[in-house]
Design a protein around this ligand. Structure first.
Ligand SMILES: Cc1cc2nc3c(=O)[nH]c(=O)nc-3n(C[C@H](O)[C@H](O)[C@H](O)COP(=O)(O)OP(=O)(O)OC[C@H]3O[C@@H](n4cnc5c(N)ncnc54)[C@H](O)[C@@H]3O)c2cc1C
Length: 459
């Protein structure tokens, strides 16, 4: 049996890894080809080392509450390469009327302690009272999806939409009014149902985490690229880079995958490509599926990493914290900034400081098309204004992710279920990756494992 996996991002790579593993365990002879359009593996995972700095162009952290990412690292023998964020220096700021205001220490979306809410300058008196009343807000009875903004308004009040809501929407570069709660934050939906209150739920979760001592975020010493390099080094299949699949034809019980002049006959196809690419590839034999895939919106974003010499920034800012978020209504041209070298070790030399700004996303996509000089300039202007940072960086690295972030609009999971039904009707066709059931790396890995389960169940 031969399977073709299209797309060499984490979704395609993890599918290949677990396919090989399962075939080995079950003694099945399964051949596969993994085809990647660009000349490097990893898709949005893009790690570069420059003059002692380790730059992440895309993802930089694995959320440990979604254990599939850590599990894959362990399966690859990378457990001793995992590092946690420097939580003793964890403080996050929010841009508020042009100034950086710290989130209270133990509180992001909801307060864990009464005192941290009472003393926070982020909320008005009424906003605080409303938030404190969250414990009395009844559970939602309707099982349908709702937007992030609606969820937060209902549970925590209007003010929280512009604070905690902005923070959560930022993770997906999304508009809180459109973002599906069930797809993007199922944990909070489940928490409401289980505890009847987010405040109670977050407290219980923190207690459980404190007892296991697990950090919320981890990564690898060598950055996320280490995950990709290790995956590639261990895979035995037919791996090809620089091969763009132009079309897929359904032929008898199998498929023909066309890449340039080459036609690969195959029994099954896994599309680990962005939904709009998959939409084109299935258009001839599954037009209804193609239409649904095309309906998944994407937004464009960019990251700008700025590397400094420590002595050049001394006295300008202390970088005590993980960085800041800038909600849309503040009208800034960056949506966030991470103080990378505070957040993580092994990211800058001893005499270096590394920061990374985020540009674009819902409502600000045009900025991504600015040229490099303009992107660097706008990042520096914002950092000067907000942090007093005027030093010249040693260098800057820009990564643009055009149509890189899938948008999970309300009702997304229902549409995905329909896509999966239509794909199953074709037979031997599998959709996987960040467009469907969550876009974080662990979500992609969970879906890869599920795809392998379905392959073994079907073919
Ligand atoms: C700036 C940024 C920060 C992020 N931070 C985090 C984070 O800290 N933690 C986290 O968990 N997630 C994070 N994410 C999200 C996460 O990185 C992505 O959702 C995930 O990497 C997507 O993986 P994927 O394999 O689904 O898609 P991709 O990585 O996009 O891979 C798809 C691949 O398909 C290839 N392809 C496309 N068309 C074809 C074709 N015709 N033929 C062959 N190949 C094709 C592409 O070249 C690409 O390599 C971040 C994303 C961004 C942009």
């Amino acid at each position: 049996m031969h399977i073709t996996i299209i797309g060499g991002g984490i979704a395609g790579l993890a599918t290949a890894f677990y396919l090989e593993k399962r075939a080995r365990e079950q003694g099945r002879d399964i051949q596969y080809s993994l085809l990647e359009r660009s000349d490097r593996w990893g898709g949005m995972i893009a790690t570069e080392s420059v003059d002692g700095f380790l730059i992440e162009g895309g993802p930089d952290l694995l959320l440990t509450q979604k254990p599939a990412g850590i599990q894959l690292c362990e399966d690859l023998g990378l457990a001793d390469r995992l590092i946690s964020t420097n939580n003793d220096r964890q403080r996050t700021f929010l841009v508020r009327d042009g100034k950086l205001v710290a989130f209270p220490e133990d509180f992001s979306l909801v307060p864990v302690r009464f005192w941290s809410l009472a003393t926070s300058p982020l909320y008005s008196f009424c906003g605080k009272v409303r938030m404190g009343l969250e414990v009395f807000v009844p559970r939602r009875r309707d099982e349908g999806d709702e937007s992030l903004a609606s969820f937060i308004r209902r549970r925590l009040g209007v003010e929280a939409v512009n604070i905690g809501g902005a923070m959560l929407a930022g993770i997906h570069s999304a508009d809180a009014e459109r973002l599906s709660m069930q797809c993007a934050f199922p944990m909070y939906v489940a928490m409401e149902q289980r505890y009847g209150s987010l405040i109670k739920g977050v407290r219980a979760m923190r207690k459980a985490r404190a007892s296991t001592g697990t950090a919320i975020f981890q990564t690898l010493v060598g950055g996320m690229g280490e995950l990709v390099d290790t995956l590639i080094a261990g895979l035995d299949g037919d791996l090809r880079r620089g091969v763009a699949v132009g079309s897929v034809r359904k032929v008898g019980g199998g498929f023909e995958v066309v890449a340039g002049d080459e036609v690969i006959g195959t029994d099954a196809v896994v599309m680990a490509t962005p939904a709009y690419v998959s939409a084109d590839l299935v258009a001839d034999f599954a037009p209804d599926l193609s239409l649904l895939l095309r309906g998944i919106r994407y937004v464009s974003t960019a990251t700008v990493s700025l590397a400094y010499r420590k002595r050049d920034v001394e006295g300008q800012h202390d970088f005590e914290g993980f960085g800041f978020l800038s909600p849309k209504h503040e009208g800034r041209r960056i949506t966030a900034c991470t103080w990378v070298s505070t957040k993580l070790n092994f990211r800058a030399p001893d005499d270096g400081v590394l920061v990374r700004t985020f540009v674009g996303g819902a409502g600000q996509e045009d900025l991504v098309d600015l040229d490099d000089e303009a992107l660097i300039a706008l990042s520096r202007e914002e950092l000067e204004d907000l942090m007093g940072l005027t030093a010249d960086p040693l260098f800057a690295r820009i990564f643009r992710w055009r149509r890189g972030r899938p948008q999970f609009d309300v009702g997304h999971l229902e549409r995905v279920a329909e896509m999966e039904r239509l794909a199953a009707q074709v037979g031997g066709l599998f959709l996987t990756g960040s467009a469907y059931r969550g876009s974080a790396i662990p979500d992609c890995i969970v879906q890869a494992v599920d795809t392998v389960d379905r392959i073994f169940g079907e073919v």
